[in-house]
Design a protein around this ligand. Structure first.
Ligand code: MN
Length: 732
């Protein structure tokens, strides 16, 4: 069909009657009449009555030999969008199938493509297929787009570009996927004309220039092949292969080739009756002309993903130029041109009334695909059909119009986590097509999802793991919980460690220095403070152990101080518990036995001291040192009594002596003195210490000694202590 011709309803009836029953053609005519009434009074941008457009669309579908419902769908495809007709109205007037097809086309019309990103284009294409539910919806949509492209000149340049771009990104690839090359090529060529008119017209010019030359060359080749084929009795249809501007353009632009470097400008197509003949013809071609290495492709043994089958070879032709030859059966050619639509025609043939279900048709497709060795591409192709077949994917929009692909059954949360983890974590609700819906709402193709988030959200709830569909969302939710528990563990751990530190009578502040933390982290292989607290939090290590290690150094210092205090306490206790030996003074009074003798407390005489006795009223004899000031009085002299130490018991008895030590008041001074005394195995019964403003320490101790030489030893020992100024035996 020439693309500029306008087809009429009579043309369509004429064509369809060749493969449809009278009943079916009547059905088609009724669809036309219905559409004509609905669109009456409407006009296109071109000024033509609107009905011309649906008629052309139906015309394209008839050329593809589609079934009556699809053709009716072509006539009616715009009535829901552009007229008062409702879906219910259509279903009543025709049937559910027609209504469903028109509804599908209407929905596809609402998808607006704007992104140029490859992934987005792919998602859009998938969305089309998914939303279409029935491949025939796509076929109607492709026919619609084809006619719109044919009449694009009536639109504003910006619209021309937008629509052309969409055609190139979405519709031409879809046509290609479905194997409908005739539509694909025309869409591409027309889009190029609007997107890059300069290149388009340049290629048209170049093609024209050598057209006659090319055509006579092709004729020469065809004649020669025909001669050869006659000899072997093979019937064939041969023609020069039509050129497609867009594919030439792509080769020039993408592969950076000159126009005359493009091989397939010279191409011959040979159609034969059988696969056997295909290979026979190939042999003949290769005998006539030398094949170019690496240019032979056997798409019969290995069909392309869209089921294209053919033999391709390039030979050095009669005039020394590369010549491309395509050899295929007529059936293969039908598929090459009409793709999935050709299968329809072939499988259904004249018995369209005996409809098979859509699934059955695609099962057949699948079988074909399974024969293919090129599994990767075959899978890809199945993938694009599968979304429709098994509807395991759902395609939805972001508010900005990006298409997001999700497994079917997905909910707004799956969508949110697919967009961004943080969005997922902070999700509190979702608006679907502008309306608030619950978080477990099942997404539908074409839904526009607006995720509501809140900074104050506490994050995912455990339920989300049950309701989300995608593993991506589930993983991210699990990660959140893991991380959240870590945060919890850290604060729990910190609390526990602080508590233990306080139990050790330290302030966490003084303990948690970088130095202490680093030391402990290194010891236990923690990567940092948080790591350590987290470990305590999940009880990988006890808080007590961590606190103990953290306070190692501080405790060592404090232990020393405590040890000193303890020594002092022990000395005091020891002295308290011991019986004072004063009852037995060890002093012998000349001439008097068993006289009560008391050693005076004022001067504390010890064996070795010069002593004198002094008789007190009713309290026996008081013994003083000879130099004691208290006995230098007149009264004492009157009562003087000669006394002396009992020699044999000297070492068994102990006597109190008061010493006063002065020295520089430094830390540990007192302890030094006490230790020195202790080292001489001398008991201390009383200690008193003070220091004055000049940092002079005065220590008064009372010790128990045996005699003056013992005392001297002690005094000498004390004097050796650093910073001791004086040691004095004091009187009380
Ligand atoms: Mn339309």
């Amino acid at each position: 069909m020439a693309k500029d011709d306008i087809v009429t309803i009579e043309d369509i009836i004429d064509k369809s009657s060749k493969y449809l029953t009278d009943e079916d053609t009547a059905f088609i005519r009724r669809a036309y009449e219905f559409a004509e009434r609905a669109h009456a009074e409407q006009f296109r941008k071109s000024g033509e009555p609107y009905i011309i457009h649906p008629v052309q669309v139906a015309g394209i579908l008839v050329d593809l030999e589609m079934d009556p419902e699809t053709i009716a769908g072509g006539f009616l495809h715009d009535v829901i969008e552009d007229t008062d007709i409702t879906l219910e109205g259509l279903e009543q007037a025709f049937n559910h199938e027609v209504a469903m097809l028109v509804d599908g086309v209407t929905k596809l019309g609402k998808i607006k493509y704007k992104s140029k990103e490859a992934l987005q284009a792919e998602n859009h294409r998938k969305m089309f297929v998914a939303m279409a539910k029935d491949i025939r919806v796509i076929l109607i949509k492709l026919a619609d787009r084809l006619h719109n492209m044919r009449t694009l000149k009536h639109l504003r340049p910006d619209k021309q570009r937008r629509i052309s771009n969409e055609t190139l990104e979405i519709f031409a690839p879809l046509a290609h996927r479905l194997g409908i090359s005739t539509i694909k090529w025309e869409l591409e060529d027309t889009a190029l004309r609007y997107l890059n008119p300069q290149q388009y017209y340049r290629i048209v010019q170049l093609m024209k220039q050598k057209r006659n030359q090319r055509e006579s060359y092709i004729d020469e080749v065809i004649d020669e092949v025909a001669d050869q084929l006659k000899d072997v009795n093979i019937e064939a249809e041969m023609s020069g292969r039509p050129k497609h501007l867009y594919s030439i353009y792509r080769k020039m632009v993408k592969q950076n080739k000159q126009f005359n470097e493009i091989y397939d400008l010279l191409a011959v197509r040979i159609l034969v009756g059988s696969i056997k003949d295909c290979y026979a013809v190939l042999g003949i071609i290769h005998t006539c002309w030398k094949p170019m290495p690496g240019r032979f492709k056997d798409y019969i043994a290995m069909p392309k993903p869209n089921l294209y089958q053919s033999l391709h070879t390039t030979v050095i032709g009669p005039k020394g130029d590369p010549l491309e030859v395509q050899i295929r059966t007529k059936e293969m050619h039908e598929i090459a041109e009409y793709g999935i639509a050709a299968h329809w025609a072939y499988k259904e043939g004249k018995q369209v009334n005996n409809k098979k279900s859509f699934e059955e048709k695609l099962t057949w497709f699948r079988e074909i695909l399974e024969w293919q060795n090129d599994t990767h591409d075959a899978e890809e192709f199945m993938e694009s059909l599968k979304v429709d077949l098994f509807s395991d994917m759902v395609y939805v929009f972001t508010p900005k119009g990006d298409v997001i692909e999700l497994p079917s059954g997905s909910i707004p949360l799956d969508f949110a986590f697919k967009i961004h983890t943080e969005i997922g974590n902070k999700t509190i609700g979702a608006k679907i097509n502008g309306k608030m819906e619950p978080l477990d709402y099942k997404l539908k193709n074409g839904d526009i999802i607006e995720v509501m988030t809140s900074k104050h959200s506490y994050g995912p709830s455990q339920d989300w793991l049950k309701i989300t569909q995608t593993s991506q969302a589930k993983n991210k939710i699990r990660q959140f919980f893991k991380k959240q528990r870590r945060d919890e563990n850290i604060s729990k751990g910190k609390e526990a460690v602080d508590k233990e530190i306080r139990a050790l009578l330290f302030e966490p502040k003084e303990v948690l220095t970088n130095e202490n933390l680093d030391r402990v982290n290194e010891k236990f292989n923690f990567s940092g403070e948080d790591d350590m607290y987290a470990a305590v939090g999940y009880q990988g290590i006890t808080a007590a152990l961590v606190a103990t290690r953290l306070t190692d150094k501080l405790r060592a210092t404090r232990q020393k101080e405590q040890d000193l205090v303890q020594t002092l306490e022990e000395v005091k206790t020891e002295v308290k518990n011991k019986k004072s030996p004063r009852g037995d003074s060890g002093v012998h009074v000349e001439g008097i036995d068993n006289l009560l003798v008391r050693l005076s407390k004022c001067c504390n005489p010890v064996p070795g001291d010069k002593i004198m006795g002094y008789i007190t009223k009713g309290r026996g004899v008081s013994v003083h040192r000879a130099d004691c000031p208290n006995v230098q009085t007149e009264e004492a002299k009157e009562r003087y009594l000669h006394v002396e130490w009992e020699e044999n018991q000297i070492d068994q008895k102990q006597y109190h002596v008061d010493l006063e030590i002065s020295g520089y008041d430094r830390r540990g001074f007192l302890n030094g003195v006490l230790q020195a005394v202790n080292e001489t195995k001398t008991n201390i019964t009383h200690v008193n210490g003070r220091s004055d403003r000049n940092k002079i320490a005065i220590i008064q101790i009372t010790i128990l000694i045996h005699n003056t030489s013992h005392l001297r030893k002690i005094v000498e020992r004390i004097k050796q202590i650093k910073d001791v100024y004086t040691v004095t035996r004091t009187l009380q």
